[in-house]
Design a protein around this ligand. Structure first.
Ligand code: 2AM
Length: 165
């Protein structure tokens, strides 16, 4: 199964992101991400046969809860993705770096390309003349997840709480 670590939004953040998806879809056409599939990838692992060691690794990770701000929309021509992006967040970058360091220490492979935090909202999107504006909103990040991509959609297979300071 293809696995990745991700932030999974709560209902309110999901509703905000679904609104941004509609705005982007109006400008770009294409295929909106299903509402229940909306997420922000932290680290993409690829095909993994047995997730158990990853579950153990993630359970050992200790990080604080934080807040991110979704404040920008973007479009990538090379893969025709329209997305919502995050205001610079050292805490988010820190969580990604901690996960990568723990994966590396345990010998797991992952996609090492630079992490650019984004939420894919439209695929097969046409290049928009202008990107939509939307009211920025906050996302309280209190947990991270391990997610599997199955033919019928995404399935959260592990969930770990971040510490409240
Ligand atoms: P994307 O939405 O920008 O395509 C599941 O595929 C999730 O992992 C998606 O959020 C996808 O990002 C992300 N991802 C990151 N690196 C990937 C890769 N090398 N192959 C496939 N998906 C990747």
């Amino acid at each position: 199964m293809r696995l990745f670590f991700a932030l999974w939004p709560d209902e309110s953040v999901r509703a905000h992101l679904a609104e941004v998806a509609k705005l982007l879809h109006n400008k770009c056409g294409g295929k909106r991400t299903r509402e229940e599939s909306i997420h922000l990838t932290l680290v993409f692992l690829g095909e993994v046969e047995k997730p158990d060691p990853l579950l153990e690794m993630a359970a050992r990770l200790s990080a604080n809860a934080f807040e991110i701000r979704m404040d920008r929309a973007g479009y990538w021509k090379h893969n025709r993705i329209a997305w919502a992006g995050v205001a610079e967040s050292p805490e988010l970058a820190g969580l990604v770096a901690s996960l990568q360091a723990a994966l590396k220490a345990d010998g797991f492979e992952y996609d090492e390309r630079n992490h650019f935090p984004h939420v894919t909202l439209v695929r097969k999107a046409g290049e928009p003349k202008a990107l939509p504006d939307f009211d920025a909103f906050s996302w309280q990040v209190s947990e991270f997840c391990l997610v599997g991509a199955t033919p019928s959609g995404y399935s959260v297979i592990g969930r770990w709480q971040l510490k409240n300071r």
